[in-house]
Design a protein around this ligand. Sequence first.
Ligand SMILES: [Zn+2]
Length: 343
Amino acid sequence: MNTVEERVSHLHAGSLVDMHFDLPLNLFWNRTRRNIIATDFLPEFEAGDIGLLGVAIYVEDKYLPDQALRVALDQVALLHIEVETTPQLMLCRSFTDIQRAQAEGRIGFILTMEGAEPFGDDPYLVQIFHQLGLRMISLTHARTNAAAAGGIFAPAGSPSDGLTIFGRELVAECDRLGILLDLAHINPAGFEEICALTKRPVIVSHTNVRRFYDVERNISDDQIKMIGARGGVIGINAILVSANKEEATLDRYIDHIEHVANLIGIDGVGIGFDFCEFLWCQMPAAEREELEAKLTRPHFLADLTNHSHARNVTRKLIERGFKDEEIAKFLRGNWLRILRQTL
Ligand SMILES: [Zn+2]
């Protein structure tokens, strides 16, 4: 019988997939520095055996609407520069690229976008971003834009509107180009409308379940079942585990995984850590308070704060009785299945 640590190492040998990380925003905030990923992040990625990461373009409110496109392009440019100058990294545009990165022992990035603001209301720009490597889009963050409305951080009260005409054009364009539609953050009406519009698997890159943190930014049991019925995957977020600090624990993180697995099976759940304490720490106090007042105050888990802690999740899943084949699906298999189908 293998020890727990041997099982963890064996499970991590195939490397992990996390579909949401706000890396481009960090590059943008530190745009005069170089080799940021190699210096600040690579040791953590390697300690956690991370093989593939969804890295999200995100434009802060203060740049909207006029500077959104410029800021987004700057984030993409900085990411490209970092990848080109760091041999351990690779930007993946196809499933073949993902396999190549894995075979070469490099960490692959999938370029994603959190909020469609960079397009303004011009659907033609989607194909330009696709050429730059964009492979996944969530139409909104927790705000309304030209495409749709975001879910708010409260149990009720999000806008009741679904997608605009432009939002529906974006969905069609994503389907045509093979860009994965991410239902993270969108309001309930938009969620349902995208499910009806696209025939592809639908996913939520990073969220928690309303059962344990009841805000419209998270997903309800009905929404979880809609994703399950479409063969999609839900990435479990490590920062909205509980509204209460005392209950924001690694065990409660596992409860979110278990809840989704109980409703739609282990095939429907993956990683969407959304680690962002390093961003929070860089914000001036006044700006941080403003953001926390608008959204929520996240409770970061001490033993799941960055990618170097990934083994803690695997160890805890073993402790909680998950089988190795189930854990492997959660750590990478389910996301790889979706990416193979879509890219
Ligand atoms: Zn988010």
